[in-house]
Ligand binder design. Structure first.
Ligand code: DGL
Length: 281
């Protein structure tokens, strides 16, 4: 990329999980203007239906475009599975990059002697048509152990990634993977890399964790190459409608130099309330 080019990229997630993707973007494009929106007041998405996730994704996209974003990174597996097609249809002139569980590379790298591949993801991601298709294309049923993690994103957003309640829930979800002898675990939710160490402890030290954040950042970099450079200097700006202290803590753990958190308005036009729609599971 031209040294002076500074594309403006909008990134969103249901909460602080997408900071793991933001960190990969920042590592690849330290000069880019990166805008991050954390929809923590409306998390978790993974236990909601498609209409809810699509509406929140539209609200956040509209917000980021209004801030000057030229490209949108959907840093949420659930929103990618349930909403990216609708976003592309509504904004055909905007480039979107999504994230999906790294099932393909996990299975492609699998040797005969390896154990099954474990997939940790939200209930909505695992139940989505997009994920089913991914499995049909690359999976062989028997070699994959799917594990939904209801309550885990909520625990991270409420108590933090290292809180005892979060870790206790996580250990319960990792148990079937350890018992099945999984040697690779796909982190199918952007919140889960925040728990990488605890997942390794729970499944076994030798397990390989697959996080596609860097591949997503590489794709965003390719798409950003021919965007016009913006005049403003490179900067990282974050908005949240949740607890700013949590975002700052997670950002620091991801080595992201975010100094302050702006308030993401809850009452954005055409938004729906967190409890307006029934849960999926
Ligand atoms: N980080 C989101 C994902 O990648 C979490 C979804 C949720 O809010 O449940 O799926």
């Amino acid at each position: 990329m031209d040294r002076d080019a500074a594309p403006c990229i909008g990134v969103f997630d249901s909460g602080v999980g997408g900071l793991t993707v933001l960190a990969a973007l920042h590592r690849r494009m330290p000069r880019a203007r990166l805008l991050y929106a954390a929809d923590s007041a409306f998390a978790p998405y993974g236990e909601r239906d498609a209409a809810y996730v699509q509406e929140r994704s539209r609200v956040l996209t509209r917000f980021l475009l209004a801030q000057g974003a030229q490209l949108i990174v959907v840093a949420c597996n659930t929103a990618t599975a349930l909403a990216i097609a609708e976003l592309r249809a509504e904004w055909p002139e905007v480039r979107f990059v999504g994230i999906e569980p790294a099932v393909k590379p996990a299975l492609a790298a699998r040797a005969e002697a390896d154990g099954p591949v474990g997939v940790l993801a939200t209930s909505a991601t695992l139940a989505s048509g997009r994920f089913r298709k991914l499995l049909e294309q690359h999976g062989t049923g028997a070699a994959v152990v799917l594990q939904a993690c209801p309550g885990l994103v909520e625990a991270i957003e409420r108590d933090g990634p290292q809180a005892p309640r979060t870790l206790e829930l996580l250990r319960g979800y990792c148990r079937p993977l350890r018992e099945a002898g999984c040697t690779r675990v796909v982190l199918g939710c952007t919140h889960y890399p925040l728990l990488a160490e605890a997942i390794r402890d729970a499944v076994g030290d030798a397990v390989r964790l697959l996080d596609p954040a860097d591949a997503v950042a590489a794709q965003a970099e390719r798409l950003a190459l021919d965007l016009p450079a913006t005049q403003a200097p490179a900067a990282l700006r974050a908005w949240s409608n949740g607890e700013p202290a949590l975002l700052l803590r997670v950002a620091a753990a991801c080595a992201l130099p975010i100094e302050g958190v702006l308030e993401l308005p809850r009452g954005l036009p055409q938004s729906i309330g967190p409890r307006d729609l029934q849960q999926v599971v």
